[in-house]
Design a protein around this ligand. Structure first.
Ligand SMILES: Nc1nc2c(ncn2[C@@H]2O[C@H](COP(=O)(O)OP(=O)(O)OP(=O)(O)O)[C@@H](O)[C@H]2O)c(=O)[nH]1
Ligand SMILES: [Zn+2]
Length: 210
């Protein structure tokens, strides 16, 4: 098993004993204080009327955006269907939003997941559930791509997995270099999609239709 899969959290619930029940493991008071500090540090008055509820809102937002830190996406891949079908399966255009770990700004895009089954298939929606779960944590796009691909290889007995992700990074579009419209494309090819040029070409044709 790959190192970054071992780093994945235990299934939801872990270590939440001391946290408020409704926060599912997130230290909400600490998060709210941090937001108050942030507002004060940029020269705002956290006690002015319009900002009074902002720390609570932002804390809830981060708890939601980072909820993947307290989930194990592999739970979605535990159920299979035995099928003789042995051609490629592709679910493309799976929309997602994740957070860049460098600036804590969102990157938003589409994931395409293909695999070549080996006697059994997984529910199509489960691939999208895995994307959602992996997306909700701070990370770089390359790691997100690899984590999803390695997870599918580990959990499904397949002949190959292809994951392609295209995303727009807010840290590149709204700040810094400011290049609206720029897209980052990453791919992870495993098994037959790595070893066979024609299989890779076929899945890319299915994704991009060229
Ligand atoms: N490889 C990779 N880079 C990312 C990702 N998300 C953000 N980045 C980049 O992370 C880099 C961080 O660069 P730094 O020089 O440390 O930070 P910075 O001064 O804010 O950089 P600028 O964005 O160029 O202003 C930037 O080049 C971002 O474009 C990602 O998913 N993958
Ligand atoms: Zn960034």
């Amino acid at each position: 098993m790959k190192d970054h899969l071992q780093e994945l959290p235990e299934p939801a619930c872990c270590g939440a004993e001391d946290a408020p029940a409704d926060s599912q493991g997130v230290d909400m008071p600490r998060l709210q204080n941090a937001v108050r500090e942030l507002l004060a540090a940029v020269g705002e008055d956290p006690d002015r009327e319009g900002l009074l509820e902002t720390p609570g809102r932002v804390a809830r937002m981060y708890a939601e955006m980072f909820s993947g830190l307290r989930e194990d996406p592999r739970v979605h891949l535990e159920k299979f269907f035995t099928e003789k079908y042995d051609e490629m399966v592709l679910v493309k255009d799976i929309g997602f939003t994740s957070m860049c770990e460098h600036h804590l700004l969102p990157f938003t895009g589409k994931a395409h997941i293909g695999y070549l089954p080996n006697g059994r298939v997984v529910g199509l929606s489960k691939l999208a559930r895995v994307v959602d779960s992996v997306a909700r944590r701070p990370q770089v796009q390359e790691r997100m791509t690899e984590v999803i691909a390695d997870m599918l290889v580990d959990q499904l007995n397949v002949k190959g997995v292809a994951v392609v992700i295209e995303a727009s990074h807010s840290c590149m579009t709204i700040r810094g270099v400011k290049k609206p419209g720029s897209m980052a494309v990453t791919s992870a090819m495993k098994g037959v999609f790595r070893s066979s040029v024609s299989s890779r070409a076929e899945i890319m044709t299915l994704i991009y239709g060229k």
